[in-house]
Design a binder for this molecule. Structure first.
Ligand code: ZN
Length: 605
């Protein structure tokens, strides 16, 4: 502000002073307001209906133009003159910006009050390493200030004794519907993205969610597998996960090679998804393990060319060579090396089984040689998939390291050899839970799981599935979920379980390092290709106001394999884009501030 006047005056005095000033156009864009301009500002404010007889003007001055505007003016360009006004009406303070040229009020904000203040919490930001008692001031969906002194807000949420952290970012969330999003909100998730599978068509999937509304942010990758099924089976993808379940009844896409022409069409379908704003390429390799090496190479080349990650569920899950987990990880390493693509390995825990020491060595070696390979894991010994998956065919018991049918369960009931075969034939698309590791039973398995979950630089991601009710998808505005709704408990407890088990109880990681895996690391995995993510995963001025406020002493998952349908405990407030979606531990049911996370520069629908 170069030239300004501080005026404490009543409305009348302001008008009189404006009248008495010489009405002359300023010569320089940084010159203060003329008398005529004061008068225009006053008229615009009165016409806006915001002022009344109690209004006092505290400050009226030039809203300083940007450097580029001044430069453009110097070269003969136009200049839009704006005024900055601070005033009080009644007991409230406001800040207005008035477009003098256009004679209108452009913005009007509660000048000295924030929209929302999260007061006196232990603010933890993994990027700046801030860990201290602060108040967070939020305006227009963004964090505006982080302050050691008290802040005034229209809404103030007390965070005394609680941790204030960036909202958790889940890179692997298949449950892209309202019930799943709400369960995840209680787990502290403010952004849930389906990147490992992804979907097609992309524009339709985004449009569907935008219409329904979401409490948390959402997004998709473009699915290579959906493109492959479409080409091999002539089934058109619908943008819904039920397409994948239905495809389990067909047998033409899992083990067939794609001809060069088919490969081209598969790539074209994926690329179209990227053009429509998908966040990367979803590569569910393990569900079609018969694809060719050249097809995989073409997919990785597309990822490299478009600068997006390839989120990969690797080809094999087995302790035994050939066709082992180790071999699959080598394939990922070779694709990263041969194309320069950013390859992301989904659920390192369930894919590595008990081979994580050797697999970890290989991945660390590749990373040390500057290959762009990232990982994620979830803190459970069991996974979940469709019962008809290739994973449970052939000599699968041996390949999974001595598994039995009873390690797989449906709705809490373990299979026998005969009931498993029956389910595979009759309902291959049914979701089941499979115990790959038994951390509850053996120390060794807990150690294998820990090595995956605590892999250096790895993210925590849930692989959360949609909820089902008596075998049918549970979607729509249902809350709370019916008692007999089912999913893997990771759909409701991945992040809070990690905080309870790895941070609070077993102290495997400090709070700030644990939070880093759930906030900054996932944001950084995406931000190279998705600029929106630079504003997420941080508690910093200018960042999106996606925040969790939780009690570290009680935060915990509550769902179990037999009773998954329990919201996690400990989240006092969960905020998305400045709007509380959980307040005092209760879901704000009509709050749907979730935004699409979508790649910029892409062609839209
Ligand atoms: Zn998977």
């Amino acid at each position: 502000m170069r030239s300004s006047s501080l005026v404490a005056a009543s409305l009348t005095a302001f008008a009189l002073s404006a009248l008495s000033l010489e009405a002359q156009a300023p010569q320089h864009p940084l010159d203060g307001l003329s008398g005529r301009e004061h008068w225009t500002v006053y008229n615009a404010l009165v016409a806006s209906g915001r002022t009344d007889t109690t209004t006092s003007f505290l400050y009226v001055g030039l809203h300083e133009p940007s450097k580029s505007e001044v430069l453009s003016w110097k070269h003969g360009g136009p200049l839009k003159r704006e005024a900055l006004v601070h005033l009080t009406t009644g007991k409230s303070g406001y800040e207005a910006i008035v477009d003098i040229t256009g004679n209108r009020v452009m913005s009007w904000t509660a000048g000295s009050e924030f929209d929302l203040v999260v007061a006196n919490g232990r603010v933890v930001d993994p990027e700046t390493k801030l860990d201290g008692i602060r108040s967070v001031g939020i305006r227009n969906g963004r964090i505006e200030t982080i302050s050691s002194t008290p802040l005034r807000g229209r809404i103030v949420l007390d965070a005394t004794g609680l941790v204030v952290a960036p909202g958790f970012i889940d890179l692997h969330a298949h449950g892209q519907d309202l019930p799943a999003a709400r369960m995840q909100a209680f787990d502290g998730v403010t952004t849930a993205l389906d990147l490992e599978s992804g979907t097609l068509p992309i524009a339709a999937a985004y449009a569907h969610i935008a219409k329904e509304g979401r409490p948390i942010n959402y997004g998709f990758s473009a699915s290579w597998l959906y493109a492959r099924i479409a080409e091999k089976e002539g089934m058109e993808p619908t943008g819904a996960i039920t397409f994948f379940q239905e495809a389990q009844r067909r047998k033409g896409w899992q083990f067939t090679l794609a001809s060069p022409e088919e490969t081209e069409r598969i790539i074209a379908r994926v690329e179209r998804g990227l053009d429509e704003g998908a966040l990367g390429i979803g590569v569910l390799a393990g569900y079609a393990p018969g694809y060719g090496r050249k097809e995989a190479f073409a997919v990785a080349q597309l990822a490299a060319r478009t600068g997006v990650p390839a989120f990969t569920h690797v080809r094999y899950q087995s302790m035994i060579e050939p066709q082992s987990s180790f071999e699959s990880m080598s394939e990922v390493v070779s694709l990263a090396a041969g194309t320069g693509a950013h390859m992301h390995i989904s659920h390192l825990n369930s894919m590595s089984l008990r081979d994580i020491p050797r697999i970890g060595e290989m991945l660390r070696g590749a990373q040390a040689r500057s290959l762009r390979i990232t990982t994620e894991a979830y803190p459970y010994g069991a996974g979940s998939t469709v019962v008809g998956a290739e994973l449970f065919r052939g000599n699968w018991r041996e390949r999974l390291g001595g598994a039995v049918a009873g390690d797989i369960e449906l709705g809490g009931v373990p299979f026998s050899d005969s009931t498993l075969a029956e389910a595979q034939a009759k309902s291959p698309g049914a979701w089941v839970i499979a115990h790959f590791l038994q951390p509850e039973r053996t120390v060794a398995d807990q150690d294998y799981l820990d090595q995956s979950v605590l892999f250096p630089g790895g993210a925590i991601a849930s692989d959360g599935l949609p909820w089902t009710l008596r075998g049918q998808p549970l979607t729509g505005d249902v809350w709370p979920l019916p008692d007999d709704a089912l999913a893997h408990p990771r759909s409701a407890g991945t992040f809070t379980r990690f905080l309870r088990d790895y941070v609070r109880e077993r102290r495997k990681e400090t709070l700030i390092d644990g939070l880093r895996r759930m906030t900054l690391i996932p944001a950084q995995i995406l931000e190279g290709s998705v600029p929106q993510m630079k504003q997420k995963g941080r508690v910093q001025a200018g960042a999106d106001a996606d925040l969790v406020v939780f009690d570290l002493a009680t935060v915990s998952e509550r769902g179990t394999y037999t009773h998954p349908n329990r919201t996690a405990a400990g989240m006092r407030h969960v905020i998305v884009g400045g709007t509380p979606i959980i307040r005092d531990g209760v879901l704000v049911r009509d709050a749907l501030p979730g935004q699409a996370i979508r790649r910029q520069g892409a062609t839209r629908d």
